[in-house]
Design a protein around this ligand. Structure first.
Ligand SMILES: Nc1ncnc2c1ncn2[C@@H]1O[C@H](COP(=O)(O)OP(=O)(O)OP(=O)(O)O)[C@@H](O)[C@H]1O
Ligand SMILES: [Mg+2]
Length: 204
């Protein structure tokens, strides 16, 4: 059905990643595949504990460096406890955000940290998804969608519209950097129309 075993969804806050990740996992499960739907930050008990430290509270709660270490610690735990065991057991892993989010968010908050992001990734993560679907949405639309959810995990949304615009540019640049792995999908459409593209990319 699909050669990609480890798929990630990326894009700015509120672009529709979780919506599409859920749909894809449900579709593949119905088609008879063993699928793990997971998310970052989080995806394992230790990483979920770090998630709540990262996504709640004031925007200046952590410095960009500390934030990077926390994200990377969470990712390492997620990889060890959830992703690697699932892939070893032959399951498909659908991941709602992965390392690309760290590259883009740290790049947007403090561009000069990107070198450290890459160094840490090489040292303790060393794994990329087989396929990454970036949902590209007008930041104004996405911000309204995200905040409307009132999830209580709005620390990044609270950085505001210019930040989301920087993030969008960051994801587009990332797609240009990794053209084999990353595909951009127009997210300014209905969830159904977007899912048609998700499915054709994930199963081709
Ligand atoms: N294509 C769409 N059109 C309109 N609304 C959508 C669409 N996709 C998702 N939504 C709605 O927008 C909100 C945000 O979607 P979703 O949670 O999937 O985004 P997300 O990218 O996972 O956000 P976050 O980065 O904050 O986790 C939800 O309320 C969802 O129901
Ligand atoms: Mg989400």
């Amino acid at each position: 059905m699909t050669d990609a075993k480890f798929l990630s969804f990326e894009g700015i806050d509120g672009c529709g990643k979780s919506t599409q990740a859920k749909r894809l996992a449900a579709h593949l499960t119905t088609a008879g595949q063993e699928v793990i739907l997971t998310r970052e930050p989080g995806g394992s008990p230790g990483a979920e504990a770090i998630r709540s430290l990262l996504l709640t509270g004031a925007t200046d709660k952590w410095s960009a460096e500390t934030e990077l270490l926390l994200f990377t610690a969470a990712r390492r735990d997620h990889l060890e406890r959830t992703i690697t065991p699932a892939l070893s057991a032959g399951k498909i892993v659908v991941c709602d955000r992965f390392a690309d989010s760290t590259r883009v968010y740290q790049g947007a908050t403090r561009g000069d940290l990107r070198g450290k992001v890459d160094e840490l990734h090489r040292a303790v993560i060393g794994r990329e998804p087989d396929l990454t679907l970036i949902i590209d949405v007008d930041p104004e639309v996405a911000l309204a969608r995200g905040l409307a959810r009132n999830s209580g995990e709005d620390r990044f949304e609270d950085f505001g519209l210019p930040f989301q615009q920087k993030l969008r540019a960051g994801f587009l640049a990332l797609a240009a950097q990794y053209p084999q792995r990353c595909h951009i999908i127009d997210g300014n459409r209905t969830p159904e129309a977007i899912f048609t593209d998700v499915l054709s990319l994930a199963t081709s």
